[in-house]
Ligand binder design. Structure first.
Ligand code: ZN
Length: 302
């Protein structure tokens, strides 16, 4: 089912990266610039992430001896520094996720570069090192994103959805590892219904919502894929959801031959396999298209 399987380390059947995007209330301020600070109930729901959920998630990771990756908008680092310090102290990776969860698709190249550099500095200040990875807010990877990430020395991106295993993005500027995710692995469709974002998906029972993540894991385990969650502390970290998710993580751990790793370690490992010839990745050359695709009279077949 997977044409070019990766030899995961120590004979592991698949790799698992539990990634959280700790967005907290960042995007809410962008979307409601005039009255966000007065919308206290909505703010309380999103602040549940850094205040309650992340400490709970970190405690579970500690009990299960896991080090994982958190994508954090730089504004959240500035506003919730102690919880981000706790991530660093626990040995977890803090990766780049914009400044205020702004969309790169709405930014010029210069603006996108400015906020990328601002986030790099903020992460450097709190972790002592440059971030290795980036996930575009809203999955809004722009036509400039790959070049900017390569220019700033990033090792990987995790915003795109083009494969079941890591692959390579190539531009005229160089290369970048892609650790793909997809929106079936996002927790919003399962567990979120936020009137303040005009987001009206029906909320599933935790036992039902977790099924998609378990089935995604079973198939990655069967065929040797990379399982990447795109979860949010204020969604998946709610008590009933996290209780079920912790059981799922225990189920995955109990297999005994699953590689749990931070995204940066997965990217480094895959790069090593490419260099020693044990893995030949699929490569996507960007941009996909030079010219706009349109239905002009010249393109019509008759
Ligand atoms: Zn996000």
């Amino acid at each position: 089912m997977i044409k070019n399987p990766i030899p995961w380390p120590d004979g592991a059947k698949c790799a698992v990266a539990i990634t959280f995007d700790m967005d907290a209330d960042s995007q809410f301020h962008l979307e409601n610039p005039t009255d966000a600070i007065g919308r206290v109930s909505a703010l309380s729901m999103m602040r549940y992430g850094p205040e309650v959920a992340v400490p709970r998630i970190l405690e579970t990771y500690k009990q299960l001896d896991l080090q994982q990756t958190f994508f954090v908008p730089a504004w959240c680092i500035e506003n919730y520094p102690s919880v981000v310090k706790a991530m660093v102290d626990g040995g977890h990776e803090v990766a780049h996720h914009g400044y205020l969860h702004e969309s790169p698709l709405a930014a010029s190249r210069k603006e996108e570069h400015y906020w990328l550099q601002h986030g790099i500095k903020t992460i450097e200040n709190i972790t002592g090192r440059r971030p290795k990875g980036w996930r575009a807010p809203l999955y809004h990877f722009s036509g400039n994103s790959a070049d900017l990430l390569i220019e700033e020395g990033f090792l990987y991106d995790s915003s795109l959805m083009g494969d079941d295993i890591p692959y390579v993005l190539k531009t005229d500027k160089g290369e970048l590892m892609e650790l793909p995710c997809h929106n079936g692995m996002d927790d919003w469709p399962q567990f979120a219904q936020f009137a303040d974002f005009d987001y009206w998906m029906p909320i599933k029972a935790p036992s039902k919502g977790v099924e998609i993540f378990r089935e995604e894991f079973d198939v990655m385990y069967k065929y040797g894929g990379l399982w990447v969650s795109v979860w949010h502390p204020f969604v998946t970290g709610r008590l009933a959801n996290w209780d079920k998710i912790a059981q799922l993580i225990e189920y995955m751990k109990a297999k005994g031959d699953v590689w749990f790793a931070k995204m940066e370690d997965i990217a480094l490992y895959v790069r090593k396999c490419i260099d020693d010839g044990s893995y030949t990745p699929r490569t996507d050359k960007l941009p996909y298209y030079i010219n706009r695709v349109s239905l002009t009279p010249e393109n019509k077949s008759n």
